[in-house]
Design a protein around this ligand. Structure first.
Ligand code: SIN
Length: 283
């Protein structure tokens, strides 16, 4: 097995292994690399759904996403993200992840890691970006770090309550009320979280899910969020992944935010299988 860093800021590719068939000792090395690099890319994996699910379960208990429409028919915990249409209807979500976020931060127990597998890739577009929230926190001024101490942010799934994101046509069709029905109650988390395994501090907010800061008034809270959101999207913190067919990526939502970059031309297919592993309550 070889582990090759993909950028100075985050990410490493792992070559020479089959994730569906790993000794415990090799898994321990992969787990250590995951904590060190935050995103791992496994090349050339042959992964029918049950093998992807099996590998994900080595990291922890799988979670079932609240958006049930895009579930894989044979695996409740697997979601399909896809630009493919059958009889005029998308077979999976075509727009999941289209604004910067950390998975399930709008729930009390957000995601530990996400695993995304490229079943089909387009010729153009469909990249994914991750931004390193350890670095985002560590590069703040001492004055800002002090200001953030003890602050908590409110996260919601409901796009209609977040002026920073667009509401795609498919959700406008569903309607504000039905969309609100599938959203769980808001979650409130520390604005700076401590990674439970590394002990490092990471900035914990995102454009997609964070709508306010509990301890501050609306104007002051939104101004601080604007500042932090601009800071966390700096190119210096970001790695952009151009997918190869049968890449499997896994990333640590406790210290990263990520973005599905889109840009897949009409008629080209990006078809991915996603599973998420349940984390613990941010502190
Ligand atoms: C996600 O946000 O989980 C999806 C990312 C992607 O499809 O690139």
């Amino acid at each position: 097995m070889q582990i090759n860093p993909l950028s100075d800021v985050l990410g490493a590719e792992v070559v020479g292994i089959d994730v569906g068939n790993l000794e415990d000792e090799t898994f321990d090395k992969i787990h250590a690399a995951f904590l060190e690099h935050h995103v791992l890319v496994f090349r050339d994996q042959e992964l029918p759904p049950e093998r992807q699910v099996g590998f994900a379960q080595r990291f922890g208990e799988l979670d079932v996403h609240i958006q049930k429409d895009n579930k894989h028919s044979g695996h409740e915990a697997m979601q399909i993200l896809s630009t493919k249409k059958v009889d005029g209807k998308y077979v999976g979500s075509p727009s999941a992840g289209d604004a910067w976020h950390s998975d399930l931060s709008y729930t009390d127990i957000p995601t530990l890691c996400t695993m995304l597998y490229a079943v089909e890739i387009p010729e153009v577009g469909g990249d994914t970006e991750w931004s390193n929230m350890y670095q985002a926190y560590e590069t703040l001024s001492e004055e800002t770090k002090e200001k953030l101490e003890g602050l908590h942010a409110r996260h919601t799934f409901n796009r209609f309550r977040n002026p920073r994101v667009e509401v795609p046509e498919i959700y406008k069709e569903i309607g504000k009320e039905r969309y609100a029905d599938i959203a769980p109650p808001d979650a409130v988390h520390p604005l700076v979280r401590t990674h439970p395994e590394t002990g490092r501090k990471a900035l914990y907010l995102s454009e997609r899910f964070t709508i306010g800061i509990e301890e501050l008034g609306e104007e002051e809270g939104q101004a601080l969020m604007d500042e932090l959101i601009a800071h966390q999207k700096q190119r210096d913190f970001i790695y952009r992944h151009k997918w190869n067919l049968h890449d499997l990526t896994i990333w640590d939502n406790r210290c990263l935010i990520h973005l599905a970059c889109g840009g897949v031309p009409e008629g080209q297919i990006r078809h991915m299988h996603r599973v998420i592993v349940r984390g613990d309550k941010p502190f």
